[in-house]
Design a protein around this ligand. Structure first.
Ligand SMILES: Cc1cc2nc3c(=O)[nH]c(=O)nc-3n(C[C@H](O)[C@H](O)[C@H](O)COP(=O)(O)OP(=O)(O)OC[C@H]3O[C@@H](n4cnc5c(N)ncnc54)[C@H](O)[C@@H]3O)c2cc1C
Length: 466
């Protein structure tokens, strides 16, 4: 075993991880933060530390705000292990990671998981064609290396990130052929009872409306209430050629060589599942969430979760949850009294409540459509092992009850992504086919390695530890 030790190990250096580290280090804990990325940033602030002025301006003030946080993190005294892909966290606080091709272990008294969110799979016919990407992936290209499509793009789906990318593309001069919005009248009706919360979170509402205004003023054609989305490939299926869809029964076909799909983000639960923590199915956000107390502590002693990994709340909420988890962890180490912990937490809790007030409205308005989550038979669900939705329905007919058995029937979820891309679809598909709830069906039994590691790299770890 390596003898690298610390009080608190934080996995992930997005807004939650940075905020947790700043608080824990300020309270005197020895803190190590690990992230597979090369810089302190996470998703929203991707590549913030060395972003040139033009990129800061183009991506907007919410992005630029990340620099202040990154600077505070750099000055916090926390040790930052960049390029460290964590492939296992054990209930005993062992954090196993791969860095520069070498495997190593850090032993922590508490672990705070801040591994963030991932985009929800969007399995429509043709979603695996070259030229079909997620909006988040396209945004990472823009944030990290200023790469944007040259040909006119089509954005399809719903949710704040889709409109934000559209806004950023307009500012970057990227031609947008159409924004195909799946939000329907039914969604507006569902969201209406939550309007009070949305008005209380008026800053977010105002921001969203101003994004839409810019898109409309730029002349981006909107198609609202789109259904039956199909990404159409060419003769040899070399790449996407068009998006087909219907609005109110009328068929549309828009040609494009770049189709960007998005309908929301989900907590990244790979670590919490692998730790065998309790999870619950959240029907409002249509995803799994780990069960945690007010300090993000799981039912696995010594392990906390903070951030979008708990439930989607956005960057500012993630940062507050990071601070709360740090207070909980430092208190558990005996370095902060109960009274002081609660005193420091009080303003954070009230700020968090404010940030989350708009969530029920957003969750209701941008609830991803069943047809875009639970696909038709011919659609590939597990991209790594090429398992189609029809295969999974067939497994159910043969008696398969849940995602773990589906692995045995057809290897789905057993490829390099370890189920990250297909897990949720497989749960919902099986639940739908069996006529039961996702909670009854469960999720993959996630096992390490969470990130790929070769036998040679593992063997190297043993030698250095000997
Ligand atoms: C692709 C994408 C783009 C987004 N863009 C925006 C945006 O522009 N604006 C916005 O308001 N919100 C955006 N969001 C939502 C946004 O992610 C969150 O609200 C916010 O960033 C959450 O912060 P966080 O600290 O929880 O996690 P994140 O910022 O997601 O940070 C998580 C970190 O964990 C690291 N990590 C994960 N797994 C491992 C591992 N096994 N080993 C090592 N490191 C690991 C990642 O590299 C990442 O740096 C985006 C989400 C996604 C998925």
């Amino acid at each position: 075993m390596s003898n690298d030790r610390c009080d608190i190990a934080i996995v992930g250096v997005g807004p939650a991880g940075m905020s947790a580290a700043i608080v824990a280090a300020r309270l005197g804990a020895s803190v190590v933060v690990l992230d597979e990325q090369r810089a302190a940033d996470g998703q929203i602030y991707h590549a913030i530390t060395d972003a040139p002025a033009r990129r800061l301006d183009l991506l907007g003030p919410d992005y630029a705000a990340g620099r202040t946080l990154a600077e505070a993190f750099a000055a916090s005294g926390a040790r930052h292990l960049t390029g460290a892909a964590v492939w296992q966290v054990t209930p005993e606080g062992g954090v196993h990671y791969l860095r520069d091709g070498a495997a190593a272990t850090l032993q922590a008294r508490r672990v705070v998981l801040c591994s963030g969110a991932m985009e929800r799979p969007f399995p429509i016919p043709g979603w695996t064609l070259p030229g079909v990407l997620t909006a988040g992936a396209a945004q990472i290209l823009l944030k990290s290396v200023d790469v944007v499509p040259v040909e006119p793009v089509v954005l399809a789906g719903c949710g704040p990130l889709l409109y934000l990318l559209g806004w950023q593309y307009v500012r970057a001069g990227v031609p947008i052929r159409a924004l195909v919005d799946t939000t329907s009248m039914e969604d507006y009706r569902r969201a209406l009872p939550h309007l009070g919360g949305a008005l209380a979170g008026w800053r977010y509402l105002k921001k969203g409306l101003s994004l839409m205004r810019v898109l409309k003023r730029a002349g981006v054609p909107f198609h609202t209430g789109a259904e039956n989305l199909v990404a159409e490939g060419g003769e040899g299926q070399d790449g996407v050629e068009a998006l087909r869809f219907t609005v109110g029964g009328k068929a549309h076909r828009i040609e494009t060589s770049t189709l960007l799909l998005h309908h929301g983000v989900l907590p990244n639960t790979q670590f919490t599942w692998s730790l065998r923590a309790k999870h619950k199915w959240d029907d409002a956000q249509l995803c799994w969430q780990p069960e945690a107390d007010a300090w993000g502590a799981l039912d696995v002693p010594g392990i906390h979760v903070a951030d979008d990994g708990l439930g989607i709340g956005g960057a500012l909420a993630a940062a507050l949850q990071g601070e709360l988890a740090a207070l909980g962890a430092v208190h558990a180490l005996g370095r902060l009294s109960l009274g002081e912990r609660d005193r420091l937490a009080a303003p954070l809790r009230s700020a968090l409540r404010e940030h989350l007030r708009i969530r029920p409205f957003l969750d209701a308005l941008y609830r991803p459509k069943k047809a875009n989550r639970i696909p038709a038979d011919e659609v590939i669900v597990c991209r790594c092992e090429e398992v189609a939705a029809g295969d999974i329905r067939h497994f159910v007919e043969l008696g398969c009850l849940g995602p773990n058995q589906a692995k045995a029937f057809g290897r789905c979820g057993m490829g390099p992504c370890q189920g990250r891309q297909c897990g949720l679809t497989v749960t919902e598909l099986i639940a739908d086919a069996r006529g039961v709830t996702p909670a009854e069906v469960g999720y993959y039994r996630i096992r390490p390695p969470i990130k790929p590691i070769s036998l040679g790299e593992l063997a190297g770890a043993d030698r250095s530890a000997a």
